[in-house]
Each structure stands twice: as C-alpha cells, then as structure tokens.
Design a protein around this ligand. Structure first.
Ligand SMILES: Nc1ncnc2c1ncn2[C@@H]1O[C@H](COP(=O)(O)OP(=O)(O)O)[C@@H](O)[C@H]1O
Ligand SMILES: [Mg+2]
Length: 504
C-alpha cells in the first residue's frame, strides 16, 4: 500500500492549465522527487495535496482512503506536512513558539511550553536538526528557519513531508545538511516529496522521480535505473519541432564576440567565446543550467563587462560596455526574472512601457512626461502583445506573472531594437501567450533585428531558432543550423558532454 496516491489531478488558473491529469504514487518511506522546469506545475500540485488549493477534478488517496483537504489544517490532521518555498514563520516569536504554536500540547487551554520544549528538543536531536529553540526566528539563518519549518511539520505528526524547492536559498554545505536530514526522515519512516528543478538533486537524493512539463507528467523513473541523459530528455522534451523560421535571410553581422571571457564572480567562467549574430536571425542558446548561458546573455546585453576579448557592434569595438551604452546602441534585454529585474511594480503599465525611453522627446518632452503619447503607446502595445489588464493605468504589481512578462517583452521589442537578448521568454506562460511571444520574436527578426534567445525548453528553441548554440562549462561547444537533421537527443548529449553521456 503506497503512502499516497494522486489520481488524475486537474487544475486551471483562468486560461492556464497548471495541472493536466497528474497522477503520482508515493511509496511508503521513499524520497520521491518531483522534477521539472519553473512553471511546470509542481507547486500547484503540492498546494493541492496540502489543501491550499482545490483541484478542479481528481483525487487524493492516503493509505488507500480517498481524502478531501479543504484547508491545510485538514491535510495536517491527516499527517501531511509542507515546507513552502517562502517560509510562514512569525519572525518575532522564538523557534520553539513557532513550532509549538497551534499544535495540541496544552494544559488548561495553554501551551504547555516545558512539555513542548522537551518533545521538540527530542525530535530535533533524533533528526540532528540543530536549532536554537529559544532564539527569535528573525535572528536565525535561512537554513535554521527551514529546520524550524521541518520540525513544525513533524511535531504536528507529518508522515508525508512536502519540501518545495528546499535548496533554492541554501549554500552548498547547508544543502548537504538538508539532504542528510531528509535521509534520517526516511529512516524513521517518513515519506518525502522533494520538489526541485535541479536534476542533480533528484539523482542524489531520490528513490523515485516524477518529471513534469507544461503541467503534465511526462515521465516516471527510478533513480539507479535511469541515465542522466534520459532525465534531461524528460525535462526538456523531444517533440518534433515545427519550424517557423525558414524564410528569413540573415543580413549583416550586428553583434560579434571575439575570444570573450568573464571570470570575475562566476562559478563557471565564460571562456573564449567567438560568436556572430546577424540581422534577421534568431539564435537559440541552450545548455544545462549554470553552464555560461546567463553570462553570455548578460555580456551581450551590457549587464557585464567582459574580462577578456572583444565585443563589436556593427563592426565597432565597444571599449566601454555597460547597460547605458547598450541602450544607446538599441540592445533590448529581457531577463529571466522579470518580476524583480524587469519592471517597476509600483508604476503603471503605460509608465513601464516607456521606462527605457528616457530622453525620447515623444514621451519625455523637456523632462516632463507626455501622458497622451504614453497612453497611445500603451494602448497599441496592450493590443499587440495581448496584455490582459484593465487599461494602461493599472499598476504592473497587480498583474499576473505572465502578463508582467508580456509588458517587459512589449517594452523591449517595441523600441526598434538592433539586437534583442531574451532569456526564458515563455516560462510560465499559457499556450496562446507562448505562440504570441514566438510570433513577436519572429516579427523583430523579420524587421531586421538580431535576436538571441536562451531557453531551457529545447522544444522552444527547435521551434523558433535559425541557429542553435550549445554551451557547456562556459564554452560554446556547438553551433548548428537548426534544420531537420538536428535531433533533440543530440542537443542533450552535447549539453552533457560526450564522455559523460557514454558513462551514463
Ligand atoms: N495562483 C495562481 N494564479 C494564476 N496562475 C498560477 C497560480 N499559481 C500558479 N499559476 C500558474 O500555473 C503554472 C504552474 O505554476 P507552478 O505550479 O508554480 O509551477 P512550478 O512550481 O513547477 O514552478 C504557471 O504557469 C503559473 O504561472
Ligand atoms: Mg514552484
């Protein structure tokens, strides 16, 4: 009898199909990784299991019994615990009070603190989850706060523990500490759902893996019986590509890198990158997370000055290269994390759409803003990019993530850029919005822009790119024309490195 079964869970958020008939079996006492890119639907599924969200259909079986969790309290009472990506602790209270608060050990209606302290102390010792129980949570490190959350769930009797992207905020040694704690939990019979978008973590820790993509389960694997190459293919997909890119003819070289390297502050330095991007061309960049794709994009966008080599724009060497210089050269940049890096959340859509136009007399005549021109600009872009909002005066902070993303894209692509750098352009978007973004990138390229798209979705790159660069260990290891001869599996092998593929 498995600890838990999720059966054909479906969940929509407006037009977004976040979970598509998702089924999952959690074996008793196992560590089960739910692996998938950001936006795959992992947190949604876990929120449903923990009673935070209600499924549109589908069921939850605990120990073979059908259960309905209307609130987290229902889930906790049934022995399910969850540690969220963002903790829910009260900073002013001690770790002990946070753990004991709301749990039963009461004496005449009051928390019996000394009894609670004893039990929590024992639990912490057994699992070697070191926490300063009397200290205020505000004074604890993130890793300690996470331990408080884990203890809190176990103190409430969790036999199934959900950890949602638990390593995101941890330093490497803290990560090892967490992994050791998970193994001890497993040893005392707790079943763990470990949510991650990092392949290596699933490999290191899990017995079973469920891989999700675009809201659906695409693979179920047993670690130990699956190669890394297979897991990569599961994560990034392997649908045959529908090419949308054949008609454009590349023009002059817009951007060129010669022997560019970045080593300062980089885990994996960028090394010896030679590259040309031509007008009218969409170049895709792929690689396993952290292999230099971000540095390459940031170098081209002027977010980082290269330590070595030369960067040329339309044949001119750029000695001083920063974001201001890049803006003057009409280099558009859409970062991966649009919510924090892309927009001013407290400003309106209309204002955000001209943030990169300071100095443009149309919108900022002699230092004043021109409301009318701004509104007309916003109306046109809201329509063209299908931004779902009340009108241009709405604050960007009140938009859904997908629509914020469209605002950033609209702003960057509407400025008649010569070079467009976009990272993860459709992450978290629904199917219709994805098609729109792909169409707009194609419009930019057809209009003569050189476009560089970095994506962890190989299907996306296969669909829109004319050329594909594969990066590994900070180098460009392949530069391929994206035609029917390219196989997605071949890209996966290049990302991984041939030697490691053979070994895997
Ligand atoms: N409360 C919500 N309202 C609207 N859309 C949501 C909500 N929660 C998640 N989504 C959307 O559902 C999809 C899956 O998100 P999520 O489950 O958070 O993915 P993951 O945890 O795998 O990164 C995304 O497109 C996301 O934008
Ligand atoms: Mg998530």
């Amino acid at each position: 009898m498995p600890a838990l079964e999720l059966i054909e869970v479906d969940k929509w958020f407006g037009p977004v199909h976040a979970n598509r008939s998702v089924s999952l079996v959690l074996r008793r006492g196992s560590v089960h990784a739910v692996l998938g890119e950001n936006g795959a639907g992992k947190s949604t599924l876990m929120n449903i299991l923990f009673g935070v969200e209600q499924p549109d259909s589908g069921s939850i079986l605990l120990g073979g019994q059908r259960r309905v969790f209307r609130t987290p309290k229902d889930a906790i009472n049934a022995g399910v615990g969850m540690v969220f990506q963002h903790f829910g602790l009260v900073p002013e209270l001690s770790a002990l009070d946070n753990i004991a608060l709301g749990a039963e050990t009461t004496r005449r209606g009051r928390v019996d603190r000394s009894r609670a302290a004893d039990r929590i102390g024992e639990l912490a010792a057994e699992l070697r989850l070191e926490v300063f129980l009397s200290r205020r949570v505000a004074d604890l490190t993130v890793a300690q706060q996470q331990r408080v959350e884990i203890l809190k769930a176990l103190y409430r009797g969790a036999r199934i523990l959900i950890l949602d992207e638990p390593t995101a905020l941890l330093a490497p040694p803290e990560r090892e500490g967490l992994f050791a704690a998970v193994r001890r939990l497993q040893a005392i019979g707790v079943s763990v759902l470990f949510i991650t978008h990092k392949l290596e973590e699933a490999e290191q820790l899990a017995d079973d893996v469920t891989v999700m993509r675009h809201g659906a389960v695409v693979a179920r694997r047993k670690i130990g019986r699956v190669t890394r190459a297979t897991l990569i293919a599961d994560m990034v997909g392997g649908r045959p590509a529908q090419h949308t890119h054949s008609e454009r003819v590349p023009g002059d070289v817009v951007a060129e890198l010669r022997g560019v390297g970045i080593s300062r502050g980089a885990d994996v330095p960028l090394t010896g990158v030679d590259l040309q991007i031509r007008a009218g061309e969409i170049v895709g960049v792929v690689g396993i997370d952290g292999h230099g794709q971000q540095l390459l994009c940031e170098a081209l966008a002027g977010m980082r000055q290269p330590d070595d080599g030369t960067l040329l724009l339309r044949g001119n060497e750029q000695r001083t290269w920063n974001r201001a210089a890049a803006l003057r050269a009409r280099v558009a940049y859409v970062p991966e994390d649009r919510l924090t890096a892309g927009v001013a959340r407290h400003l309106s859509i209309a204002e955000n759409l001209v943030l990169n136009r300071v100095g443009d007399a149309r919108f900022f005549p002699r230092g004043l803003t021109a409301r009318k021109a701004m509104k007309a600009n916003a109306d046109a872009l809201i329509d063209r990019f299908d931004i779902r909002c009340r009108d241009g005066s709405q604050h960007v902070g009140s938009l859904s993530g997908g629509n914020v993303q469209k605002v950033v894209l609209a702003r960057e692509l509407s400025r008649d850029p010569r070079l467009v750098i976009v990272r993860e352009p459709t992450r978290g978007l629904d199917v219709a919005a994805i098609a729109n973004v792909h169409a707009q990138l194609a419009v930019s390229a057809s209009g003569g822009a050189a476009v560089l798209v970095q994506s962890s979705d190989l299907d996306e790159i296969r669909t829109i790119a004319d050329r594909i660069l594969v990066m590994r260990d900070g180098r460009v290891v392949a530069d391929l024309v994206n035609d029917a001869s390219v196989r997605t599996a071949q890209l996966g092998a290049l990302m991984l490195g041939a030697a490691r593929t053979e070994e895997a």
